[in-house]
Write a protein that binds this ligand. Sequence first.
Ligand code: PEP
Ligand code: MG
Length: 614
Amino acid sequence: MADERGTTARTGSPPAGSAGGPGRIVVKGLPVAPGLAVGTPVFHDEADIDVPVIALSAEDVRGEQRRLATAIRMAKKQLQEVEHSIEREVGRRDARIFSVQGLLLDDPAFRKAIRERIAAQLVNAEVAVRDAVLSWSARLAGVGTEADRDPVADLRDVGRLLLRILAGRPRPAAARAVEEAGADGTKVVLVTRELLPSDTATLDRRRLAAIVTASGGVASHAAILARGLGIPAVTDVDVSSLPAAGGAWIVDGGEGRVILNPKPEDLEQAVHQSRHYQTIREELASRSSGLVRTKDGVAIELMLNVENFDSVHPEMLDGLRGVGLFRTEFLFMDRKTFPSEQEQFEYYVEALGQVGDAEITFRTIDVGGDKPLSYLQVPAEPNPVLGWRGLRLSLQWPDMFYTQIRALLRASVHGRMRILLPMVTMVEEFRRARTMIAQIQSDMEAREVPFDKDVPVGAMVEVPAAALATRDLGESADFLSLGTNDLSQYALAVDRNNARVASLYQPLHPGMLQLVKLAAEGAHQSDAHLSVCGEMAGDPDAVLLLLGLGVRSLSMSPYHLPLVRGLLSAVTLDDARAVAAEVLALHSTTEIRSVLRGHVLRLAPELGTLLPPA
Ligand code: PEP
Ligand code: MG
């Protein structure tokens, strides 16, 4: 820790010495994202995006409303992109922020409020957006009582996004400020009154050292994202009173402290400490060689979840079994037509080529439900999530399935692969799919097309009834993969993408725990290899429980690997079993989460500052 003697420590008030010479100043704020960093401050204030005021005539109204509609469409697309990238990098929980914002854009009352302003007050879309956001914010203030909801910040974020798009500058100015200031390699401390979630998500992490803001609490979306992305952040600092000139700042996101004009010894200490912090992270990350072993030597298999290889470096796979979940549907999205067999074949071969000796579990196309394909005309269904999706669609439309299986089997001679079937409800469905695969294999054999005859075929367990019948499914399938995302959605009857019921989406619900326990036991009885590939596999609290319930294989997004590895190597099987027994007797999700977190911190205290809020 830096020595604070002879310094000025303040909370949110102007630091003494800010107007005078370059004395050392320590400003106290609220710690929101751990980590320590040194960087050059860049002050940025985008509170007021220029809003042009244009008086319209009655004939202009329709055109202006169309301009608004286009901006809303573009904003939705942008939010979806940010949501996907955060989901890939950090996880579904944090990405949900952006689906909530998408909901706002869909809200008919919100859209109507803006459209009516244009018509009634004959003002341009920018003015109507600004005023509608102001009046809605006043109404919503104080509504966000849940820790993971901040409706006013969401509304203002959405408002800013619309104003930027209407101004023809969709990229957040904060992102541009960091990019410009960091163009010469300088590490930047972004100092701003407020940072909204979409700002945080688009900042260039190579150039950004830390974030200092005036407002935004520990639970604000921007803070959650900063933690998820590993950017140290301090809030509740009166940034307007801080001197802009001067050298580097030290930002201590763990202590909630910013040091301006640090002394050489401060810098030395800060560099040392940030290295220490970095070492913890790297050390955790480096425990990738070989299988991770628990403290008492039990081997736990770790794998990655990926959608494509853009964000995965092959070296990440060192020592891992491979990719436990390759969501192939993403190859089918963002296109206008189905990829041909040859296109798919080339794509799968390329993916296999990237992982060397490691294995890829290709999950066959899982569209329908919340993952529609624009060129796949599925008749409207009253309950799409309970309707035609995953394997059900593949069995109904065998052409699509046959093409994908042929492409996969042809690619199977270029590496190690497994094929995983999504949304299996009945064992009969699984057997039918296997028969279809066998037909394709004999046809390929007859035509002397080479393929690996031993490619394992497994089933996703993500339907509650299937989870209760893993023993039967495990007798037909070569392996099982527990999809806790859909399993939670169906067991809790909570749409995993509906922000209105997001607070009920609790994978640690006592009933879910029973379900996971029974699924693990059933798989064990059938001798089928079971891994967990839903978000629970990347949540350290849940991992401690899964280990205690008998799970020995986990597949997760790369971001979660270091923490999970760190936890696993700090616990024994007996620890985990005792925790599982204790937690299974609890009656509420809140209790379960807090007891699990207590044990994680007790067993692996070094993870303390790196864990997301419980
Ligand atoms: C799941 O449902 O848990 C899963 C891993 O699959 P997806 O998130 O793609 O539905
Ligand atoms: Mg699923």
